[in-house]
Design a protein around this ligand. Structure first.
Ligand SMILES: NC(=O)c1ccc[n+]([C@@H]2O[C@H](COP(=O)([O-])OP(=O)(O)OC[C@H]3O[C@@H](n4cnc5c(N)ncnc54)[C@H](OP(=O)(O)O)[C@@H]3O)[C@@H](O)[C@H]2O)c1
Length: 290
């Protein structure tokens, strides 16, 4: 029987890369999607699409039938613990052998910010489930800047309330590379927690300089106050809970923990993590004026 891996969040930043990098895996890969009609990119990876909604237990238990390994990624939402608790419960019922959970850097500090607190609660549920596990705790993604690419292209600047603080941003392709190792070599990676960062900590001033070089035009980082950042996010229609959580995250990024550089990507994959310059080069077209 084929070893079967199911990837949740397969249309997102990390999950899409996990599915892509599993394309040469000899067993079977199931990409869980909310709707087959909205999964064009995943369709070309060779993975089998399976419709599943985190809020519908029947779809979860049907999707988990016969799988051995699960990449568990949920969006960061207020009911993340309830959703994940149910996913783990269904994984137990389906006799899943190994869960690789996408968590977040800093989730070892139990009194930490909301994002870390919720991820740690989910990790504890998995620890007590009896299922083998690997926890991936990535730093902020380089790919978060892709979400700003359109406005950077039109206005030539981006802003954060982060001063000149440095963060060891990680490329989601590196998170996926570690996930693939853990999903396909369970015995080597069970009960392990990996802190996933890029090769260096960099400030938004350095990021603006890199993007300027790549785009061939001046791109400026504007350091805004916490109050300004909060107002902008509220005006853009973001929910209060999301705004509060992001402001906490900015506070974390301003602290010294976010500049920690971990050796874990290289330890697991055997190669250096992707640098921000490499990331920006690979996605250059998105930042260049059209
Ligand atoms: N961004 C960062 O810098 C960062 C850093 C560390 C940790 N994290 C953690 O990483 C996770 C987010 O990862 P990401 O950026 O890869 O996610 P993402 O791009 O936002 O994608 C979320 C995925 O979840 C799927 N999804 C949403 N609601 C669903 C539902 N009800 N049922 C089934 N699937 C559903 C989405 O499917 P659709 O496409 O169909 O909506 C999508 O595939 C969060 O847990 C966050 O805390 C993020």
């Amino acid at each position: 029987m084929d070893y079967t891996i199911l990837v949740t969040g397969s249309t997102g930043n990390v999950g899409s890369q996990v599915v892509k990098q599993l394309s040469s895996f000899k067993g079977k890969v199931l990409a869980a999607v909310q709707s087959k009609n909205r999964a064009e990119e995943v369709k070309n990876t060779g993975a089998e699409l399976v419709e599943m909604n985190f809020n519908n237990t029947e779809t979860i238990s049907a999707a988990f039938k016969g799988i051995q390994a699960l990449f568990l990624l949920t969006p960061f939402v207020p009911n993340m613990i309830e959703i994940s608790d149910n996913l783990v419960e269904q994984a137990k019922k389906a006799n899943v052998n190994h869960i690789v959970k996408q968590s977040a850097f800093g989730s070892d500090t139990e009194q930490g910010i909301t994002m870390n607190r919720l991820h740690r609660e989910v990790e504890k549920i998995i620890e007590s489930s009896g299922i083998n596990y690997t926890f991936l705790r990535p730093m902020s993604f380089m790919q978060n800047y892709l979400g700003l690419a359109d406005s950077i292209k039109t206005q030539g600047w981006f802003s954060f309330p982060l001063g000149d603080s440095k963060t060891s941003f990680v490329d989601t392709r590196d998170i996926a590379a570690v996930a693939v190792q853990a999903l396909t070599k369970s015995s080597e990676h069970r009960s392990k927690t990996y802190n996933l960062t890029g090769p260096e900590a960099i400030s938004n001033y350095e990021i603006a300089e890199t993007l300027s070089n790549i785009a061939g035009r001046k791109i400026t980082y504007v350091d805004v106050s916490a109050d300004d950042a909060r107002k902008r996010m509220k005006n853009s229609g973001m929910q209060e809970w999301s705004v509060d959580s992001l402001m906490e995250l900015f506070g974390f990024q301003k602290g010294s923990n976010a500049s920690v550089v971990s050796p874990d990507v290289e330890r697991v994959t055997g190669r250096k993590p992707i640098s921000f310059v490499q990331f920006a080069t690979d996605y250059a077209e998105l930042f260049r004026p059209s």
